[in-house]
Design a protein around this ligand. Structure first.
Ligand SMILES: Cc1cc2nc3c(=O)[nH]c(=O)nc-3n(C[C@H](O)[C@H](O)[C@H](O)COP(=O)(O)OP(=O)(O)OC[C@H]3O[C@@H](n4cnc5c(N)ncnc54)[C@H](O)[C@@H]3O)c2cc1C
Length: 553
């Protein structure tokens, strides 16, 4: 297998020579650096690499060139090498134009000329981009392969687990992929044992639970210590921030998540409004960086394992995990966020995982290529999901009860949806049911103006209809509001049961719950802002409060 390629494109021979030299000096031993003097020439090379089966990891292109401009080249590169990281080179005077163009061309980063010294202004950016590429790229015929039925809920569960945990794998639909049958025959796997997960060493797991896959991949599901200073439950943005601060400030910190680090944010295809990422950042990219940071600072992770309950024993808290084991800690941060509310229309429950998905747009998008899909809901997550699905599906119908999206979705998403020709808004419409033989084939829709139902063809339905807090695992002494969101700080004092539950001589700390030493951060908390930045802020703050609490005990 050839080394992966890095491509540099500039019409100015001096600039081209300089960037080629810098990249070769740093990356030449692992990557082949090639160059082109125009967008047209570069696109030709991009096509050739694709035809030869070579991997293109990164393209750095100047913006202003005669003929094809940098942004157009980068956008077209995406058609052939969707994983290649795309960097735009701009002059200072072009930065504004570049940022605008970046939104349309899905450029990952822009670099300003000159980039001296490269150790500060070029290599850190390229290092990051190549790390991100490595995390997603899977060489042909290598790595994990998952063979199964597209519409089996267990296939979806394993796909979702692997992608949410940022583990690259290749999906082989047993009914359509030419290699699937041969692979199963060679390993003697029966159709009844699907899905089957094939490892690089030839071993195979048949119909495994995500937990078994995690163990086989070497993930630790056992706590390393008998007693922690801080256990964080939930590894979404709030939990990950608490882990980074907890570990960096010397607390013995354990993080537990029942699914995958990243939480809801991890399922977001593009977070546009997180500080410091002018071109947006995908949830998986943000998560990958946060995990690296938390682990480097010394936080331990147990994923996937659910916390079933908590017992309070004086200053110690005992968490019981779903497999029956216990973890003991002095403080807890509850950062378990929210999950999607279930849709109650006929047929939805039976088809969940078999064409009906909650969120999951990024996991299932490739499998709906060329198909007709429905997105139910009008919030930002529905908008992001619809845009992501529109890259693959033939038609994406967004079903909302209201007249328009104006009150429920951010304007930038409304604008992007309006500009996407295969997205169709279906206002004043409700889902009456879904039907199909083993998987979704039809959806019944009613108009809110009349009761008339119309049945339409549908290959998949993605539901984004609001959320409920994931606070059931906390003890009853942790007071919640009427909807189940956890009360903290001053908000506790207004609760009827506060005086009965709280026996300390002090008032609860800012993000402390009604159980001393148990804190809550992010979307699970009553009054949360439901934003990544807010969750990160609260997660970070809890660590300061944990120190205060520990100093008091
Ligand atoms: C599709 C989508 C797009 C979004 N886009 C944006 C955006 O562009 N900008 C923005 O600011 N916000 C966005 N949001 C909102 C943002 O993602 C959330 O506000 C944020 O993720 C909340 O973080 P959190 O850490 O509080 O909880 P969550 O992200 O919900 O994470 C909670 C974690 O806890 C785990 N967990 C739950 N119960 C247990 C248990 N009992 N045991 C162990 N683990 C448990 C879950 O597996 C999960 O990983 C988006 C949300 C979605 C769904």
């Amino acid at each position: 297998m050839n080394k992966p390629f890095l491509m540099v494109v500039d019409d100015d021979p001096q600039v081209l020579a300089a960037i080629r030299r810098d990249l070769r000096s740093r990356y030449g031993s692992t990557y082949t650096v090639v160059s082109a003097q125009s967008g047209e020439q570069a696109l030709e090379s991009v096509r050739e690499l694709k035809a030869r089966g070579d991997a293109l990891a990164l393209v750095v292109s100047d913006q202003r060139m005669p003929g094809m401009q940098g942004t157009e080249l980068l956008a077209r590169t995406r058609e052939f090498h969707p994983l290649a990281r795309r960097l735009l080179l701009t002059a200072y005077s072009d930065v504004h134009a570049a940022i605008t163009a970046i939104n349309d061309a899905h450029v990952h980063h822009y670099l300003q000329k000159p980039w001296d010294p490269p150790e500060e202004r070029l290599f850190p950016v390229v290092d990051d981009e190549l790390d991100a590429w490595q995390a997603e790229y899977l060489p042909e015929a290598k790595g994990l392969r998952l063979v199964g039925h597209q519409w089996a809920p267990r296939s979806h569960a394993i796909k979702d687990f692997l992608s949410a945990n940022l583990i690259p794998f290749r999906w082989l639909d047993v009914d359509h992929h030419p290699d699937a049958g041969g692979l199963l025959d060679a390993a003697g796997v029966e159709a009844s044992a699907l899905p089957a997960l094939f490892f690089e060493d030839g071993s195979v797991l048949q119909d495994p639970e995500p937990r078994v896959v995690a163990e086989r991949l070497g993930r630790s599901l056992t706590a390393g210590s008998n007693l922690y200073d801080l256990v964080i439950v939930g590894a979404g943005p709030a939990g990950l921030a608490a882990a980074v601060y907890g570990a960096s400030e010397g607390l013995k910190t354990l993080m537990i998540d029942c699914h995958a680090p990243g939480g809801q944010a991890g399922s977001s295809s593009r977070i546009e409004n997180y500080l410091g990422f002018p071109t947006g950042v995908s949830g998986s990219e943000l998560t990958r960086r946060a995990i690296l940071q938390a682990e480097r600072l010394g936080a331990e992770f147990i994923v996937p394992l659910e916390v079933a309950s908590v017992g309070v024993d004086g200053g110690y808290k005992r968490l019981t995990l779903r497999d029956g084991r216990e973890v003991v800690t002095r403080t807890i941060v509850a950062a378990t966020g929210m999950s999607y509310r279930e849709h109650t229309a006929n047929g939805v429950a039976e088809h969940t995982g078999a064409g009906v998905y909650y969120g999951a747009a990024t996991t299932e998008a490739p499998s709906v290529a060329g198909k007709r899909v429905f997105v139910i809901g009008g919030g930002n997550s529905a908008g992001q999901g619809a845009l992501y699905l529109a890259r693959y599906a033939r038609e994406v119908h967004v079903v909302i009860r209201r007249e328009s999206l104006a009150d429920t979705m951010s304007q930038y998403l409304i604008d992007q949806l309006a500009k996407t020709p295969n997205v169709h808004l279906r206002p004043r419409t409700e889902v009456a049911g879904v039907e199909g033989d083993g998987h979704v084939e039809h959806i019944a829709l009613t108009s809110t103006d009349s009761a008339a139902a119309a049945v339409e063809d549908a290959d998949a339905v993605f539901i984004f209809i609001g959320t409920r807090p994931r606070s059931d695992w906390l003890p009853a002494s942790v007071l919640r509001d009427a909807r189940g969101f956890v009360l903290t700080g001053r908000d506790l004092m207004a609760h009827d049961d506060f005086a009965r539950v709280w026996k300390e001589s002090r008032q609860p700390l800012l993000l402390e719950t009604s159980v001393p030493g148990v804190f809550a951060a992010g979307d699970v908390r009553a009054g949360a802002m439901n934003r990544v930045a807010a969750a990160v802020g609260e997660g970070s703050m809890t660590v300061r409060l944990v120190h205060e609490y520990l100093a008091l005990t």
